[in-house]
Every structure is written in structure tokens, then in C-alpha cells.
Design a protein around this ligand. Structure first.
Ligand code: ADP
Ligand code: F6P
Length: 497
């Protein structure tokens, strides 16, 4: 029988056979739509958030954990520990319960996991979905590992489900085939998929020889959600191109005799929680900010994972161009870039790091003097509470990805500001967030002069214009916050909207 986790904290290994036996006991219980709140939520993502320390978690982790905390539920993700190579193929799961949330950390074989995560997910799909065909690395062993790991997730999840009206919510490009793998195991639950990154236009998407398989997999979900209308349109056009299946006016298509709904659900943040953190900045952040005030120095800030999609070298060049074209900012403005290490085993990430360090060095070499370092570059993760304080203490938030699903840092910058004296957001038109945040200074990150001029405009913007823009932006991020994101997705998943 399926083992239930009854203790405060417990561990268990469970099998798909348990699930199949359990499913037989459930008989033909009919899956009905409706009543999203009364059904257990089961979330699956590659990365498992730390539910013991939500203050440290990133956007997705906080949004998901909050949804689970409200209604109770299960969260399955990859464990930080690997499966012993001598172990059997049965899923090895570490279960842990904190309050109403249960997490299940799935141990996976090291080599296979690397070919799935560093390989197919981050060397094939990530560049492809960020419009970077030049960086796509196609290898059959990556695809094999991707399918194999997804099959392992499916088997593990099947063993953990207790009811066939559990709502299953799968997150991101690591797990596209999971829905189909669950269907193959006989699951009839409603299963939704949310893509946190962009979906490319069909002309780019078909460049992967696996495009038809990926579309077939996506069509096994009941709901497929995206960050922006552009992503939704790209997905629908790719389905049309690949399968000649059309979506109706409500965004629903009939695939394999089942309706599949495709919609846009822009992800948001918990605005009040982030604003509170920003307000309670650490002492040294406050001292640094006071020092700059005394010196009359303004701070431009960027906070990102060190990813080539974030446009970081171009951002540093734009800051250098600002100093060239607007020399009044020499010794008067400083640029702080925090870029946390990420996916370091993938070649393209090592290259972007070297490029960024060279650019920072060249700009500082050219402009720095004993009293002023133009670019301060920090290559490590920083606790969220500190990040919030740093965002509040910066007069300009510089968010210029070359392509981004949403970009939560843009929203965090707005939430962190003092409404009585807010800073200015300079935002790439290629971030999903630009669809909602039109009162930011919207720029094309490929045009260095344009970004430099936007920086000059932001640094000189009068208080009245700053407060008007910030007020409108704050309203927008409050309306589309994390609670609204999960409410709308789960209501669509339950078949209520
Ligand atoms: P992505 O999901 O591509 O990393 P987002 O901007 O949507 O981009 O989300 C990044 C999240 O990670 C944000 O919540 C941000 O505050 C956090 N983050 C980014 N850089 C760092 C860092 N150096 N240290 C800690 N957290 C970071
Ligand atoms: O937003 C895209 C995303 O891949 C998320 O799925 C993930 O949590 C985040 O970026 C960080 O990436 P990783 O899990 O590879 O560190």
C-alpha cells in the first residue's frame, strides 16, 4: 500500500506499483472540474524550495510555497543528494513535513541528472527558448537523459499520489515530458504546466529536431500557462505549424480527443513582504547608503544570475557610454552589479563570466580614480533581505535582459522603493515584465546609446515624475501579484475559468 507520511518529519521510499494498486482501490472515481480550493495541490519542479527558510527563497519558490501553505499539499523536486549508483531503479524519496506542506526530495543518478540539467535543460532548451540558436547544443544522450529523468519523476509522483482529484501543477522547461509520462502510468488527474521562461516563435522552435515530441508532450496537459501573450501566441503558432491543430477564441484546442487550454498567467511577487524586507535593511547597507548621500553619489543597481540571457556585458558598456556621453556623472554615479553564480558546468556560462569580468575591469581601468570605483561587481548570492535593502538604496534599477520570461527583479525593485522618494526602473523591452510595466523607462538592450541615455534621464528625473511613474507601477505589481498568479492558474487548472 501507499505509505503516508504521518510523522512531523519522516523518510520513505515508495514505488509506482503502490500507486497502481492504490489507483485500483479508487476504482473509476470520476474526476470532476471545480472547487480548486478543496482539492489537494501537488507541485512538481526541478528545484525544491527550502520551506524552512522562505525568506531566502527566490520568486518561484516563494509563490509556490505560499500556495501550498494556504491549502496544504505536496511539493516534489530533485534532491541535492544523488542516488547511489548501485541503488535500484525504485524512486528514493526523502519526505519532510513542515506545517501543512510536505516536500518530497527525489534522489537521482548523478551522471544522468547532469545530462538532463546541464545538458538538455540548460544547453539545449534554455538557449533555444531564449532565442539563442547559436548556443544550442544538441546531443542524443542529453535527450535520452531528459526523458529518463522525467520518467523517474513520473514514477516517484505516481507513488506519492493519494487521490485522483489531486491537482498537479508542473513547473518549467525541465519537466515538459512529465505530464505525458504520468498519463502513460494511467493518471487521469488534471495536470497543468507553467513555463517560467519565454516560448520561442515557430521559426526558431522548429530548429530543434525534437520540436514535434515537445509539442506532443505539452498537449498532454489540461492547462499550459505562459508568462506573456507573446509566448502564448508563439506556442499556439508552433502547435499549428507542427500538428495543424488550431486553438479557438478561448485558447482551447482539441488534441487527442481532449481539450487543452493555453493562457497567459504573468507571475508576480508578494509586494508587501518584499517592501517590509526592504524597509528593514541591514545596518551596513544603511551606512553605505548614508555615505553615498553625504558624497552626493547616486547608485545604479543590477541583480541577476550570471546568465548570458541577462545582457550583463552590454549593461556595463551602457554605463561606460553614460560616462562618455554625460561626463557630469563621472564621480557622481556608481554601478553595483550583483551576479550570482549559476549553471557553472555549462560552457556558455563560463564564457559569459570571463566576458563580464573583462568588461568590468576595462571600464574601471579607464575611469576609476582613488576616490571612485565606477563599477562594483559582486559574483555571489546575497540573502534576499540584503538584496531588498540594496534595491531600496539605489536610485536606478537597471534590468536589461536580452530575453527573459518575466524578470522578478524588475518587480522587486518597484516594491522596494520608498514611495515618497522612489528610484527609476530602466527596463528591457525584451523582459516579459515590460508588457505590464510600461511606466518604466523601456529600452532596447542591444542599443548601447539608448540605454546610456535612459540612465542619464533616470538619474536626472525630478521627484514629481518619479513618484507618478512609481505609483502607477506599484499599482500594477499589486494587481498582478503572486497570489493572483496562483489563484488564476489553479482556478483554470480546476476547470473553473
Ligand atoms: P531568473 O528566474 O532567470 O533567475 P528572475 O529575475 O525572474 O530571474 O528571478 C530571480 C530571483 O532570484 C529574484 O527573486 C532575485 O531577487 C533572486 N536573485 C537574483 N540574483 C540573486 C543574487 N545574486 N543573490 C540572491 N538572490 C538573487
Ligand atoms: O526562471 C527560470 C529558472 O530556470 C527557474 O526555473 C529556476 O528556479 C531559476 O531560473 C534558477 O535556475 P536554476 O534552478 O537552474 O538555478
Amino acid at each position: 500500500m501507499l505509505q503516508q507520511n504521518k510523522g512531523a518529519v519522516s523518510e520513505a521510499s515508495q514505488t509506482a506499483d503502490d500507486f497502481i494498486e492504490h489507483k485500483a482501490l479508487l476504482g473509476e472515481a470520476k474526476q470532476t472540474a471545480g472547487d480548486a480550493m478543496s482539492r489537494r495541490l501537488v507541485v512538481v519542479s526541478n528545484r525544491l524550495g527550502n520551506i524552512r527558510d522562505l525568506a531566502q527563497a527566490g520568486g518561484l519558490a516563494v509563490g509556490v510555497a505560499d500556495a501550498l501553505a494556504r491549502r496544504g499539499g505536496l511539493w516534489l523536486g530533485a534532491s541535492a543528494e544523488y542516488q547511489d549508483s548501485a541503488a535500484s531503479d525504485e524512486p528514493l524519496i526523502h519526505l519532510e513535513r513542515v506545517g501543512r506542506i510536505e516536500t518530497a526530495a527525489l534522489a537521482l543518478p548523478r551522471q544522468e541528472y547532469s545530462q538532463y540539467y546541464n545538458g538538455y535543460a540548460n544547453s539545449t532548451l534554455w538557449p533555444l527558448f531564449h532565442y539563442r540558436l547559436d548556443l544550442v547544443d544538441h546531443r542524443s544522450e542529453f535527450l535520452d537523459a531528459y526523458r529518463q529523468i522525467n520518467a523517474r519523476f513520473a514514477k516517484a509522483l505516481a507513488g506519492l499520489l493519494s487521490r485522483n482529484d489531486d491537482l498537479i501543477w508542473v513547473h518549467d522547461y525541465h519537466l515538459i515530458p512529465l505530464g505525458a509520462a504520468l498519463r502513460r502510468l494511467g493518471l487521469r488527474n488534471r495536470i497543468g504546466f507553467f513555463l517560467h521562461i519565454p516560448f520561442p516563435p515557430p521559426d526558431l522552435f522548429v530548429a530543434t529536431p525534437d520540436h514535434e515530441e515537445l509539442i506532443n508532450d505539452l498537449l498532454e496537459y489540461d492547462v499550459v500557462g505562459f508568462q506573456t501573450e507573446t509566448d502564448v501566441a508563439n506556442f499556439r503558432r508552433s502547435v499549428q505549424t507542427t500538428k495543424s491543430i488550431a486553438f479557438d477564441g478561448n485558447g482551447t484546442a482539441n488534441a487527442n480527443g481532449r481539450p487543452v487550454s493555453s493562457r497567459c498567467f504573468p507571475i508576480g511577487i508578494d509586494v508587501d513582504a518584499f517592501a517590509r524586507m526592504a524597509n528593514e535593511a541591514a545596518e551596513d547597507v544603511q551606512i553605505d547608503s548614508m555615505r553615498r548621500q553625504i558624497l552626493g553619489l547616486k547608485q545604479i543597481i543590477g541583480i541577476d544570475r550570471l546568465d548570458y540571457s541577462k545582457g550583463l556585458p552590454g549593461r556595463m558598456q551602457a554605463f561606460a557610454r553614460l560616462l562618455e556621453r554625460h561626463p557630469e556623472h563621472e564621480r557622481a554615479a556608481t554601478y553595483l552589479q550583483i551576479a550570482s553564480p549559476t549553471r557553472e558546468q555549462v560552457g556558455a556560462y563560463a564564457e559569459i563570466r570571463a566576458q563580464l569580468e573583462a568588461t568590468a575591469g576595462a571600464v574601471n581601468g579607464k575611469y576609476a580614480d582613488l576616490a571612485w570605483t565606477p563599477i562594483r561587481y559582486i559574483h555571489r548570492a546575497v540573502p534576499r533581505s540584503r538584496l531588498a535593502g540594496l534595491l531600496r538604496a539605489s536610485q536606478v534599477g537597471l534590468v536589461t535582459p536580452l530575453r527573459d520570461g518575466m524578470n522578478l527583479v524588475a518587480k522587486e525593485y518597484i516594491a522596494a522603493q520608498d514611495p515618497a522618494n522612489p528610484g527609476v526602473l530602466v527596463l528591457s523591452r525584451f523582459a516579459g515584465a515590460a508588457d505590464e510595466l510600461s511606466e518604466a523607462l523601456i529600452v532596447n538592450p542591444y542599443v548601447v546609446d539608448e540605454v546610456a541615455d535612459a540612465l542619464a534621464k533616470a538619474l536626472a528625473m525630478p521627484l514629481e515624475e518619479r513618484t507618478a511613474r512609481h505609483g502607477a507601477l506599484l499599482d500594477r505589481i499589486r494587481r498582478n501579484d503572486a497570489a493572483e498568479w496562483r489563484r488564476s492558474f489553479l482556478s483554470a487548472l480546476a476547470g473553473e475559468s
